[in-house]
Design a binder for this molecule. Structure first.
Ligand code: SAH
Ligand code: SF4
Length: 359
């Protein structure tokens, strides 16, 4: 059995071409089948009424459509929605849909858990469980379309669970699925890969011709501070990551979670400006979500404003994000599968805020 949803549309077309030919079916069947993978998706081949019944039955046997099952769905008072998807082996991942005017951004997961253990991150605290397949990554969009076609995302960010560049082969294929006109057809500029800077796969991503957007999770302007917050600094050092970004000649967004008394001092804004300016990078300042790190304090709002102002005064474009979906723990980087207990504080007051992600 082949999982067509884990192949690029072109590879799926080739597999189906051979299969159809071997059965003596006309070649145009392939053009009937392929759009059912991503463009006009189906829950099962039974629904493809344009295809003869016998062929549908054989398709179902040879190429069962991989499904994610909806384990839970929560909607925040600000319209942000969190989806918990159960995978075939019992694992689960989350994605978050953030509506902003005409834009609907889906924050998707690339791994179950994450091995990198950044001290502020809820997913990091889970540890690593496994990589998602390309089909499971794309299926987070596909299942949403099956659930409600009106929720089809306009933008996708790899800011859910996991480090996408530690699952490069699947993410590489998933990027094609998301972007290809025979796939989900989302423009490359509307797809953002967020990474801590895994150098070998960063170079592979840069070699792709499409203009996918890149966000680097920086969080600290110096190697020593970064080391304290993000263990990956041991392996891929900040100066090397910055070097790599410079060589890529791609505009990058720097993600910087503001943590009270750790990385929010004005002198650190000056150091951050020294990093950001040569890269002509936009800096996204994100408030710390306490859910990821009970022992860390968010930076006070006045300090966040001062930090942003200081960056701008140093010639750096900086955007101060606000959090969304706080009442359902649905912010990007905040995702951690919680199946057991009902969450506490559900009745708490939630301020309407913006999304902690990328434009
Ligand atoms: N592993 C990748 C992508 C997933 S994390 C990465 O780290 O870039 C997506 C974003 O959420 C990252 O920028 C991450 O730093 C941020 N994040 C993680 N924990 C957070 C928290 N507690 N509060 C705010 N942002 C957080
Ligand atoms: Fe992994 Fe990203 Fe969380 Fe760090 S911030 S632990 S890399 S998911």
């Amino acid at each position: 059995m082949t999982d067509l949803l884990s192949l690029t549309p072109r590879a799926a077309r080739a597999v189906l071409g051979e299969w159809v030919a071997a059965r003596g079916e006309p070649a145009y069947r392939v053009h009937q089948i392929v759009p059912r993978l991503w463009q006009r998706p189906l829950g099962s081949w039974d629904g493809a009424t344009e295809i003869p019944t016998a062929l549908r039955r054989d398709l179902a046997a040879a190429f069962p459509l991989l499904r994610l099952t909806l384990g839970a769905r929560q909607e925040s008072r600000d319209g942000t929605e969190k989806f918990l998807w159960k995978l075939a082996d019992g694992e689960a991942v989350e994605s978050v849909l953030i509506p902003e005017g005409k834009r609907r951004t889906l924050c998707i997961s690339s791994q179950v858990g994450c091995a990198l253990g950044c001290v502020f991150c809820a997913t990091g605290r889970m540890g690593f469980r496994r990589n998602l397949t390309a089909g499971e990554i794309g299926a987070q969009v596909r299942e949403l379309m099956l659930l409600d076609p009106a929720k089809r995302p306009t933008n996708v960010v790899f800011m859910g669970m996991g480090e996408p560049l530690l699952n490069w082969p699947a993410v590489d294929t998933a990027l094609t699925i998301l972007n290809d006109v025979d796939g989900l057809g989302i423009g490359a500029r509307h797809i953002t890969v967020s990474t801590v800077g895994i150098l070998p796969s960063l170079e592979q991503l840069a070699r792709r011709p499409e203009q996918f957007r890149l966000a680097l999770s920086l969080h600290a302007p110096t190697p020593s501070l970064r080391h304290a917050l993000m263990p990956i600094e041991k392996k891929y050092r900040l100066p090397d990551v910055i070097d790599a970004l410079q060589r890529l000649r791609r505009r990058v967004t720097l993600e910087y979670v503001l943590i009270g008394r750790k990385n929010d001092a004005l002198e650190q804004a000056d150091e951050l400006a020294e990093v950001a300016r040569p890269l002509a990078a936009l800096v996204n300042l994100l408030p710390l979500h306490p859910g990821g790190a009970p022992d860390l304090a968010p930076s006070p709002p006045a300090q966040m404003l001062a930090f942003a102002r200081r960056l701008r005064s140093r010639g750096v474009e900086a955007v101060l994000r606000k959090s969304r979906g706080l009442d359902i723990s649905a912010a990007c980087g905040q995702l951690r599968v919680e199946l057991e207990a009902p969450r506490r504080g559900g009745g708490g007051k939630v301020r309407p805020q913006e999304h902690a992600g990328v434009e």
